[in-house]
Design a binder for this molecule. Sequence first.
Ligand code: AOR
Ligand code: CP
Length: 341
Amino acid sequence: MQHMTHIEDLGMEGVHAVVEQAMTWKRQHPGRHLEDVLLGMLFFNPSLRTRASFEAVMARAGGQSMVLEAGKGAWAMEHRDGVAMDGERPEHVREAAAVLSRYVDVLAVRAFAGLMDDAEDEADPVMRAFRAHATVPVISMESAREHLCQGLADVLTLRERLGPLQGQPVTLSWAPHIKPLPKAVPNSFLLSAAAAGCQVRVAHPPGFELPAGVRRQAEALAAQSGGEVQYGHEQLEAMAGSRAVYAKAWGPVLPLADEQAAAAMMKAHPDWRVGAGQLAPASADAFLMHCLPVRRDLEVEAALLDSGASAVVDQAENRFHVQRVLLDMAMQSIAGRREVA
Ligand SMILES: CC(=O)N[C@@H](CCCN)C(=O)O
Ligand SMILES: NC(=O)OP(=O)(O)O
C-alpha cells in the first residue's frame, strides 16, 4: 500500500515517472482506468481546484468520489494522542481514518499548516496521523509541510513549456499578502523543481526563510538530479535569465510573538508584488506561475495575470493530469486487496 503525501514517497525517480506518465495521458486518454474505485476526500480547509480536479478525475475515469468537511458537516477532529478530548473536537483521527478506510479505496486529506510553530508544521502531525491510522492509501491534498500534487503539477507545467529541465533556471519569489500563508506550496515547488534537475532560485525578504529541513531535503534532491538550489534576498537578482517565475505569498519564520506582527511583516514589502517589472530581468519568454487562488494587484499585478506570460490556468489544469496518475498508482499498490468489494 503506497501513501502519497510527501515527496519522500516518490523520490526523484517517482517525480519523473509521474510527470512523464501525465504527459503521455494528456496526449492519449487512458479511458476508464478507475472503474468502480471510490475516492474519499476529507477537507479541513476550503478548496476550489483540488476538490474539483479530484472529482473530475474520478468522474472521467469511471470512479466515484465522496467529500467530507471536518468541522462542517462532518465532526471536528482531534489528531493528537494522549490528550483528554474535552474541547471542541468530538472525533479522533484514529477512528475517523480507520472507519473511512472501510468505505473507500483511497483517502485524500487536506489539512493546512497551523501557522503557530514551524517545527510542528514541518513535522506534519495531522497528515502523519492519517498515514498511521488509515488502512487504504492516503493522498495529500495539501498538508502543513507539503502540497505534493501542486508540486507535481508545477513540474509538469515547467516540463511542457521548457522541455528537459536539467539546469533550467526558475525563480520562486515571495509575494506580499494581508496575512501569513502556509509554506506547503513554496516547499513543494522547491522540492519538486530540485528533484526535476532545475536550478531553483528562491528569493524572499529576510525573516521568510523556508524550513531548514525542507531546504536540506531540496539540496539532497538537487545533488541527486544534477539540479541546484540558491537563496537570496534580492528579488530582481534572482530573476536574471530565469525561464519561469513562481509568485507565492508565505508567512514569516515562526513562532512569532503575535499575529499582528506577522501580518505587518506580510504587508511590509509591497514592492515585492510580482509584475512586468519583476519579470523584466528574466528571459524574454519567461512565464508566470502561481498555485491559485491569487489576490490580484496584491500578490501579482492583474495585467501580468491577464497577459500571455501567465501559465497559471495551465498549471491548474495540470493538477487533473498528475492526480490521475497518483490515483492509478494508489490503486495499483493495493491491487487484489481492496477493503470493499
Ligand atoms: C489563500 C490560501 O490560503 N492559500 C493556501 C492554499 C493555496 C493552494 N492550495 C496556501 O497558500 O497554502
Ligand atoms: N492550488 C490549489 O490547491 O487550489 P485550491 O486551494 O483551490 O484547491
